[in-house]
Design a binder for this molecule. Structure first.
Ligand code: 5AD
Ligand code: SF4
Length: 443
């Protein structure tokens, strides 16, 4: 979502004459788009700001003035504290006010005091459709929902991104058609709780399943993904869509956080481990090859060794194509930060290593199981080596191949010849081609 937001900001600043540059040293304005989800992410901002201050100082000595801005969830959570710790910051902007970026740039130029906007106004945030939401030319993110009302006890998102808001259907369809017209073949619709999507349409309100079916009708849109989902918001209709919408990719990121019901209750999650087993089962019945991904937190307050074992059991029982796992990080202002039974750093480290070892084995196995299969890959970038191209499989694996022909923008059925920890190696036979339409990108 931060990538999507950063691209929107770049597009918003274009009319003011700003363009992207490759390094902070070459910039007239530096915007740090920040994440507050875990302590490590937030702390990075201040060390990065220290580095940028040096650039600002040396440019000042050379008689030039550059602006530094902090935007995103750290700006929202830290507020004016940022100006205290880093007084050289020119302005800060919360994640729901990006439409006001041009105004803030102008306001902070030439004024003495710092400028800020930390209001919540998601309805207007999306007002403008721009062409700059690309991830690459052929894949794009499209935010359809923001915010969260779930209040998991460990999480800052409800405080930084605000309440759940779904963009109206028509606005999303216009943006999607616009992206496809400019060459995009794969869209990932985004939301903090994307499957809680409930957007207004002329015919009433639409859920995510209905939206996906409608997106799938856009001629030229070959692949659809959605992330991130909340288990309690998985509907029968959405699971059914995995069975009968060919463009919907067989991969789902569905965070479970823990395998222990005691911990899930303390986290205020609205699902238990049984619900999760049932969901995995239904998804696999709907789409037997589906790849499952998840998020895990180890060392949540009160997590005992046996609670942790239940997480390991869940992982072993379900089997994940890939997953993210984190040590619990107490976030100021969240209920879990003041719970008794905080787990020691040493135990957190041990549990994280144990869990990651198990997840790594599963990911390698998932990748190895692809060997000798034909898998469709959307190639969207050159590889590091000469003649090498990189793309994504339907299951989000990175796939690299060698080709004499430029295949960027094509979807090709590739023979998988090797499965590594984090990627696949493929081989293209001359007759292998699926939907490999000529490139439609308009430069
Ligand atoms: N500590 C550790 N991990 C967290 N996450 C969110 N908040 C915290 C926290 N306080 C993880 C969750 C979530 C992912 C985006 O980040 O697993 O799903
Ligand atoms: Fe945070 Fe996700 Fe829970 Fe919302 S559902 S509070 S975003 S972890």
């Amino acid at each position: 979502m931060n990538v999507y937001d950063s691209n929107r900001m770049a597009a918003l600043l274009k009319p003011l004459g700003y363009d992207e540059v490759k390094s902070p040293e070459a910039a007239d304005m530096i915007i740090l788009n920040t994440c507050h989800i875990r302590e490590k992410a937030a702390e990075k901002i201040y060390s990065e700001l220290g580095r940028l201050y040096k650039i600002k100082k040396s440019r000042y000595v050379a008689g030039e003035r550059i602006q530094i801005a902090v935007v995103g969830c750290v700006a929202q959570a830290e507020g004016k504290e940022i100006f205290k710790r880093a007084p050289y910051v020119d302005f800060i902007l919360g994640p729901q006010s990006y439409q006001r970026l041009p105004e803030l740039v102008v306001r902070s130029t030439g004024r003495r005091g710092p400028a800020f906007d930390l209001r919540f106004s998601p309805e207007t945030k999306f007002d403008q459709v721009t062409t700059r939401h690309y991830h690459s030319h052929f894949t794009a993110f499209l935010t359809i929902q923001e915010g969260c009302d779930k209040f998991c006890t460990f999480c800052v998102v409800p405080y930084t991104r605000g309440m759940e808001y779904s963009r109206p259907v028509e606005e999303i369809l216009i943006e999607a058609r616009h992206l496809v017209k400019h060459g995009v073949r794969e869209i990932t619709v985004l939301g903090q709780n994307v499957n809680a999507y409930n957007g207004k349409a002329e015919s009433g309100s639409w859920d995510l399943a209905k939206l996906i079916r409608s997106l799938a009708e856009i001629d030229g849109l070959d692949r659809i993904r959605y992330t991130t989902s909340y288990p309690a918001n998985m509907t029968k209709e959405l699971i059914q869509a995995h069975s009968d919408v060919p463009a919907l990719m067989p991969f789902i990121h569905l965070p479970v956080q823990s395998g222990s019901n005691k911990i899930l209750t303390a986290m205020n999650r609205r699902h238990n481990s049984y619900d999760y087993y049932c969901l995995a089962d239904s998804l696999r019945k709907a789409r037997p090859d589906i790849g499952l991904s998840s998020d895990f937190i180890v060392g949540f307050p009160g997590e005992s060794e046996s609670d942790f074992k239940e997480t390991i059991n869940l992982v072993e029982e379900i089997g994940f194509a890939q997953a993210y796992s984190f040590k619990y990080s107490p976030r100021p202002g969240t209920p879990a930060a003041s719970l008794p039974g905080q787990v020691s750093e040493k135990e957190k480290n041990e549990r994280l290593k144990h869990l990651q070892d198990v997840l790594k084995i599963q990911q390698s196995k998932f990748n190895r199981d692809c060997v000798n299969k034909k898998i469709s890959v959307l190639f969207d970038r050159p590889g590091k080596k000469r003649g090498q191209f990189l793309g994504r499989s339907p299951y989000m694996q990175a796939v690299h191949v060698f080709s004499e022909r430029d295949i960027i923008g094509e979807i090709i059925n590739v023979n998988i010849i090797k499965g590594y920890k984090n990627s696949l190696m493929g081989e293209i036979k001359s007759c292998d081609s699926l939907n490999s339409k000529p490139m439609r990108v308009q430069h």
